[in-house]
Design a protein around this ligand. Structure first.
Ligand code: SF4
Ligand code: SF4
Length: 182
């Protein structure tokens, strides 16, 4: 993945960087707030998603990439379906998260551990294997009993062996392309 020289970085450069990473043109956003109004996680964000879009327009790279919102977004895509300008807002949040990951900007406690447990499982099997993610995350974060109270209910829904897909090497290549090497 190409390293960005930030020494002569201008306001327009951040919008261009996001466009290159996601294919989305944020200049079309006119701050109607529809995305924020539908976002089920906005109460947990430090900045609402429409404000993150504005930061991109304004070239506020540090602020956007250091936001908690980038990591707390659940990629539910409600914002995308509500945008009258047809901006794929969830894709933009995903793109910001990938950049934040590459630059090691982890503003949420244990988020790196969770993210890497998730990606490792995807790379190994081509799809998530929930038990492996739970085990990796709980062991590495030290939260050994996290969600233990959900145990019996959750266990009924889980597979005890991973299910691999045919194109798992392609999935691993896609992950490498977007977030680089670990
Ligand atoms: S994709 Fe993220 S930002 Fe968009 S509505 Fe869902 S949680 Fe909110
Ligand atoms: S819904 Fe679309 S146009 Fe409205 S604030 Fe969000 S990104 Fe901008």
């Amino acid at each position: 993945m190409e390293t960005i020289d930030l020494t002569s970085y201008t306001r327009q450069d951040f919008a261009a960087e996001v466009r290159q990473a996601t294919g989305e043109d944020i200049s079309r956003c006119y701050q109607c707030g529809n995305c924020t109004a539908g976002c089920p996680y906005t109460q947990f964000f430090d900045y609402p998603v429409s404000q993150i879009m504005r930061m991109i327009q304004a070239g506020q790279r540090e602020k956007a990439l250091n936001s908690h919102a980038v990591w707390l977004c659940a990629t539910c895509e409600t914002c995308t379906t509500r945008c009258p300008c047809e901006i794929d807002v969830a894709e933009v949040m995903d793109g910001l998260r990938n950049i934040a990951y590459r630059e090691k900007r982890f503003t949420e406690k244990d988020i790196r551990t969770f993210y890497e447990a998730f990606l490792t499982s995807l790379k190994r099997h081509g799809r998530v294997f929930e038990l492996e993610i739970i085990a990796r995350y709980n062991l590495r974060s030290g939260h050994l009993l996290t969600d233990a109270d959900l145990g019996s209910k959750v266990m009924k829904q889980l597979h005890f062996l991973p299910k691999r897909i045919k194109g798992k090497d392609d999935i691993a290549r896609i992950i490498k392309r977007f977030i680089g090497k670990k």
